[in-house]
Design a protein around this ligand. Structure first.
Ligand code: SF4
Length: 376
């Protein structure tokens, strides 16, 4: 991302009146790389090394605001405080499940809320990040879909979720992140690419440990491939044919399965990274033996493992229920017999509605603040 005039408000010096920037005009420092911060500083007439200093404060020392960056000159800190922000998220609520998953409802500067989930495993700690407030994709089995799209998240707001979760849970280093929270990441592709860049370059998360999920937003898939970031792609299929898929993933009507699979092949070729096919198993909807056979036919010639996800129930969507273990077993065996590698996602956070498809935002005005453990 290059910094443009519009991202860096004009230097107020020389003007007799200081005009307060609106929220949208404030520069979110988190979400910029060290070299972008350097450009920003030099554009403001500051020495180039100030960019690195600010990056250190943001990503290593976790400064919540420019005023905390004590090795910057006082005049620069005061100036930054008028047109830039560092941390913008605040916690509304925390819900911990017995399996270790913790769901945080986080409030944005404009009062809207998102959810992000901390997922500790024996060998790693992962987080599930949101990319939009709500989601426009309309998947009929998903709680987030019912919110519609309220707005896109900025790169800074995405990176901040990761930092927030790490600060809230400091005992283990977060090594993995999946973009499977609220929103369809590739319908907010530029912000997601910028957030990935910052996580890789500044927060030192291995690109191999980052996974972007999509329902098959083809232009976004191609753009992510073109970005050259070697992150994993999780392609949510959920159906073996376009007819059934249109019922479960209405956005899918824009991109037929064959076009999506061809974009996935291109992604694999361009990035050298794996594509995983995700398939939510819903009882008597998409989990029959015929569905499994159709899926093996569909994926013939396209490499990648299949990740089966038992449907996570959502309050208010009673029409769907999880597949029985018998049906899951039969479905799985057909794929394996066809030579496909199949994994089954562990259900984490079910008890606190933090599992896949269950994130639905929170209304800060109605939720309790009792259990919040603040990071700063
Ligand atoms: S499953 Fe994902 S893409 Fe579909 S509506 Fe929910 S959040 Fe959006």
């Amino acid at each position: 991302m290059s910094l443009t005039e519009s991202q860096a408000p004009a230097n107020p010096e020389g003007s007799s009146e200081r005009v307060q920037p609106t929220d949208a005009e404030l520069v979110h420092l988190i979400g910029l790389t060290s070299s972008e911060l350097t450009t920003l500083m030099t554009e403001r007439g500051q020495p180039a090394y100030r960019g690195k200093q600010i990056a250190r404060w943001l990503y290593s020392k976790r400064a919540a605001s420019p005023s905390m960056m004590t090795d910057l000159p006082a005049s620069l800190r005061t100036d930054l405080d008028t047109w830039a922000v560092a941390r913008t998220l605040s916690a509304i609520r925390m819900d911990a499940a017995a399996d270790g998953a913790i769901k945080y409802a986080l409030q944005l500067r404009d009062g809207l809320a998102i959810e992000a989930v901390y997922l500790p495993y024996q060998d790693r700690v992962s987080v599930c990040l949101s990319s939009q407030v709500g989601c426009p994709a309309g998947c009929t089995f998903c709680a987030t879909a019912r919110m519609g799209l309220k707005r896109q998240l900025t790169a800074g707001e995405i990176v901040e979720q990761y930092l927030w979760l790490q600060d809230a849970q400091p005992n283990r280093r977060i090594s993995h992140a999946v973009f499977m929270g609220m929103g369809e990441p590739l319908l907010n592709v530029e912000a997601v690419i910028q957030a990935l860049r910052v996580l890789i370059v500044e927060v030192q998360v291995s690109a191999r440990n980052l996974t972007v999920s999509t329902v098959g937003a083809v232009p976004g898939m191609l753009r992510l491939a073109e970005s050259g970031l070697p992150v994993n792609l999780a392609l949510s299929l959920h159906a073996p044919n376009d007819g059934l898929r249109a019922q479960l993933v209405p956005t899918a009507r824009a991109w037929p399965l064959l076009q999506i699979l061809s974009a996935a092949d291109q992604y694999r070729l361009q990035t050298g990274r794996d594509v995983t096919y995700e398939y939510v198993l819903i009882n008597n909807v998409n989990d029959s033996e015929a569905n499994a056979r159709a899926l093996t036919d569909l994926l013939d010639g396209h490499s990648g493992s299949v990740n089966l996800i038992p449907y996570n129930p959502v309050k208010g969507i009673e029409v769907y229920e999880p597949s029985t273990s018998d049906r899951i077993g039969r479905f799985r065996r057909i794929l394996v017999a066809a030579g496909r590698t199949v994994t089954q996602r562990m259900r984490r956070g079910l008890a606190v509605s933090a599992a896949c498809g269950q994130l639905a935002g929170a209304d800060g005005s109605k939720t309790s603040q009792r259990h919040i453990r603040r990071s700063r």
